[in-house]
Design a protein around this ligand. Sequence first.
Ligand code: GDP
Ligand code: MN
Length: 393
Amino acid sequence: MARPKALGGAGLLVDLYEHQGKELFARHGIPVPRGIVAETAETARTATEILGGSAVVKVQVQVGGRGKGGGVVLADTPDEAEAAAARLLSEPFKGHRVTRVLVEERLPIAHEFYAAITLDRSTGTDLAMVASEGGVDVEELARTRPEALRRLHVDPEIGLRPYHLRGLTNHLPKEARDLIEEVLAGLYDVLVRSDATLVEVNPLVLLTDGRVLALDAKVTIDDNALFRQPEIEMLRSVFPIDPVEFRAREAGLQYVKLDGEVGIIGNGAGLVMSTLDVVQQAGAAAANFLDVGGGAGAGAIATSLEVILSDPNVRSVLVNIFGGITRCDLVAEGMVEALERVEPRVRIVVRLDGTNAEEGRRILEEAGHPMVVPAATMLEAAERAARLAKAAA
Ligand code: GDP
Ligand code: MN
């Protein structure tokens, strides 16, 4: 099951979109293709004209395998770029909602490589990797063709020095080595200065004119460090990570999008995790992880519901609250308030237990909203939500 990468006190890891990662790369001197972000097919057409009449249109979602999945389209004309963007913007990609595409200049590729630096939690050092092949799965490559991969643990006290760079690139074509070493130095700079836990370029390319560019960018930032990363915050505010996710974060909610169809709201990371598991046992999959936190009031519940209902994949919602500091009557009031603000298009199964649960149930009953379904236990709630999601599919 897809799970959020870290929970509760550990903070969340924030993936940047490709275009955000590339913007960050460019600021640290790593060459990237010229590109324009487009939210409409019309903008994609204009962007293609600006880029010289042909382009690569790339769907912007935080999931890999876009190339193989039809999310990277080579367009020979502005018409083709417009049509590609119209298609990509009109449907979810691998279950992820699409709000924009990146339109980039077409470039003549001579060779593809792979480069990444990632925090290796087991050793507390950074691990740099460079492969002589691009567009590959590194783990697979490490097994099948280890000679194509160079790996090096970077001591944070010493950093990535020129002799390290030499060792990482000595299996690559001579003419590309110097420029790839510059890219690696830039990646290390991004990793350290942006509190990233991963920077990955797959593929890193050598062009026929001898230039080396990052054709793709994957950057993961440690959420705990965002307070000291005004640059990342700025990127996020200019291009919100995802409009829905952005709102959730603004409201102080722990929200992570997953690929299933049952929207989940719970209080406390542990309870939300168990809820995901029970939903899975009931034969469905969670659409998200959302922890409203302890002491969640009406406003947080209302925002949570809005956030979840705006995810087009959601076919039913399960609200699972175990009242402690959180008072179930306030949760119920929040639900009633939310249902005045948003017209739910799916059924909402609610299980309230603990502090003021009876009062909460009474409030919901009195409101008598046709889309709200009460449930007595977590298992019953999960089974109902799973059944409703199937019926709505
Ligand atoms: P991913 O599949 O989600 O990792 O998306 P990538 O950004 O890595 O793109 C997938 C593939 O599309 C790359 O491996 C390239 O072969 C191809 N591609 C992407 N951009 C360009 C480009 O500007 N020119 C050409 N010719 N191919 C590109
Ligand atoms: Mn890639």
